[in-house]
Design a protein around this ligand. Structure first.
Ligand code: GTP
Length: 597
């Protein structure tokens, strides 16, 4: 145990976590040159493309220093706000953290939020200035920023380049020197903290854990304390590039367990594994049930694909327990599912996986957050509203509450004005303004989560020319004046386009939605009115003018193959269309409200 080091890398997105991890694996000969494809830790295709580590994993390295053999467990942490609970559990499994800061970009929102998590868990922090090879690197200034943030000495900030390998060997020595060995009692009853799990179609769920006390043995009967379920430990082992089966994993070490579990919802990140024979008295502190924050309807483009969609979502849910779903129906879209996601990125990932891995063609409706509604009749009875259509009739409504978040935005001082304007337009309340350095400011805002779901990231990025980073934590529920804005296409209400909007913004947003839909819905053989309404009151209107020309007209009857090609193209285009009454509406229109600016 005294030669084990458990550590993680905390960094803002793109500050070079994966590249540095690769270099560590290479220097410790955990992977050979040939095995070292770029970024071995990101093994899902989608992660590679998005450049984001979506699912955390762990990898064990061995290293010899001064005649001693050390075991170094690198626990990877996902790098996006949507997955912050997973990050917190990975951090809880470590004794040390490398705080990586890009030498050109300096400290960003996630550097700080992850640092706080690490400090809360009493981790030893090793500050690392990365990408020192970059011509645009600004090592002196960024070192000062780090010193300000941590209160460490400038010489304690290690300078490395994950790309060239410079300074990485020294970093390894520092990890061994500074990160404390895990503590824990090998004789105590088993307590292992689950920090992640993955789904393997052949072997079932693989759970990853750190043994905090006791030992976990192959063949032993174990219990997962939060779910209360019992399993046989069919296989345990450590995580190298491949899994290495072992007879037992002892206190302080990190490993995997396979026990024939088929459903991801039985393995909860943050849960404690104990032994059935000699159970621990209590679970490791900090377990939380992750709750979805954002909801949207997912419908098949072709109504006949409903059963297949159900099958696909069920399959996805097997390896992603944070996805929730239940059947719902929409007057406009027919049968589909109301799905709950951790955030907007999670929604995007699920939609993409449905399309890529399951070849499903789906329509996603306007996402919304989860509201609490109270009626005049029962003002104390909370009604959960995960879909605008579930909102009780406004005449009998006492109040509606919506979730607020505490947002931290770090930007250059030049952009503070614009960022504040945006946050205030989004109903934000400024809580604090904190100059990290002369040129960098942290703004703390309380914001309604719903406003962040609607095009917040994109606008923040554009007004700050990319120099703003954003992070948030859920705060509380607050009463707000919200109204349901409905959209009518050709006089028919399209429930999938309804949204709950603050009364002050309802007119503006209703108008913009009509304008956007006018752009997105192709002209057809007749005039199509598009209206926004609150209750029976129309608040905005646009008209899509009728199209006169026949699509085939310009082929002057001559070339039949050309004509056929054109018709086929039209048919393929149609697949992405949905018939609403007499009007064909493209898939993109259902998300129009997200892109109003
Ligand atoms: P996420 O997984 O999205 O959080 O990103 P990451 O922090 O793992 O960053 P990644 O390692 O993918 O690196 C981001 C980009 O920076 C890539 O284009 C890397 O090639 C580049 N990069 C990483 N380390 C270095 C470095 O030391 N020097 C230079 N010049 N570029 C680097």
């Amino acid at each position: 145990m005294k030669n084990i080091r458990n550590f993680c890398i905390i960094a803002h997105i793109d500050h070079g976590k994966s590249t540095l991890a690769d270099r560590l694996l290479q220097i410790t000969n955990t992977v050979t040159e040939r095995e070292l494809q770029n970024q071995v830790l990101d093994d899902m295709d989608l992660e590679r493309e998005k450049g984001i580590t979506i699912k955390s994993h762990a990898i064990q390295m061995e290293y010899e220093l001064d005649g001693q053999n050390y075991i170094l467990n690198l626990i990877d942490t996902p790098g996006h706000v949507d997955f912050s609970y997973e990050v917190s559990r990975s951090i809880a499994a470590c004794e040390g953290a490398l705080l990586i800061v890009d030498a050109a970009q300096s400290i960003q929102a996630q550097t700080i939020s992850n640092l706080y998590l690490a400090l809360e868990n009493d981790l030893e922090i090793i500050p690392v200035l990365n990408k020192i090879d970059l011509p645009s690197a600004n090592p002196e200034e960024v070192t000062d920023d780090i010193v300000d943030l941590l209160g460490c000495k400038p010489e304690e900030v290690l300078r490395v380049s994950g790309k060239t390998g410079e300074g990485v060997e020294h970093l390894l020595h520092t990890i061994i020197e500074k990160v404390p060995a895990p503590q824990g009692d090998p004789e105590a009853p088993l307590q292992a903290l689950i920090f992640d799990s993955v789904y393997n179609p052949f072997r079932g769920i693989e759970a990853f854990y750190k043994v905090v006390n006791g030992q976990i043995k192959k063949g032993q009967e174990v219990k997962f304390m939060a779910t209360g379920k019992k399993y046989g430990a069919d296989e345990v082992g450590t995580l190298k590039l491949k899994q290495v089966e072992k007879k037992l994993i002892s206190t302080g070490d990190v490993g995997y367990i396979i026990s024939g579990i088929k459903d991801a919802s039985e393995v909860k990140v943050g849960d404690t594994i104990t032994s059935v024979e000699n159970p621990a008295k209590e679970a490791i502190a900090g377990f939380e049930e992750v709750k979805p924050m954002v909801f949207a309807g997912i419908y098949p483009v072709d109504t006949e694909d409903y059963e297949e969609l159900r099958y696909s979502i069920e399959k996805l849910r097997l390896n992603d327990a944070s996805l929730t779903f239940e059947p719902e129906s929409s007057a406009a879209l027919g049968f589909g599912f109301r799905c709950g996601f951790l955030g907007m990125l999670h929604l995007e990932i699920i939609q993409e996986r449905l399309e890529r891995e399951f070849d499903m063609n789906v329509i996603t409706t306007v996402p919304n957050v989860s509201y609490h509604a109270f009626t005049e009749k029962y003002p104390d009875k909370m009604i959960l509203v995960n879909n605008p259509s579930e909102l009780p009739d406004p005449s009998g409504l006492n109040r509606v509450e919506e979730p607020y978040i505490r947002a931290s935005i770090i930007t250059k001082s030049d952009f503070v004005g614009q960022v504040m304007t945006l946050c205030i337009e989004k109903r934000g309340i400024l809580i604090n303004q904190n100059y990290l350095t002369q040129h960098r400011v942290e703004l703390i805002f309380e914001l309604p989560l719903a406003e962040v779901v609607f095009d917040f990231y994109d606008r923040l990025k554009s007004i700050s020319k990319g120099y703003a980073s954003f992070d948030y934590q859920p705060l509380d529920m607050r009463a707000s004046k919200l109204v349901k804005v409905d959209i009518l296409i050709n006089a028919e209400p399209v429930d999938a386009l309804s949204a709950l909007i603050h009364v002050d913004n309802a007119y503006g947003i209703g108008k913009k939605m009509c304008e956007k839909l006018k752009e997105l819905i192709p002209r057809q053989q007749f005039d199509i009115p598009i209206q926004a309404a609150i209750g029976a009151k129309i608040i905005a209107r646009e008209t899509i003018k009728a199209l006169r020309k026949d699509v085939t007209a310009k082929c002057y009857g001559g070339d039949i193959s050309r004509k056929r090609k054109l018709l086929e193209k039209q048919k393929a285009g149609k697949k992405k269309m949905r018939q609403i009454g007499r009007v064909e509406v493209p898939q993109s229109a259902f998300l129009a409200v997200l892109k109003l600016n």
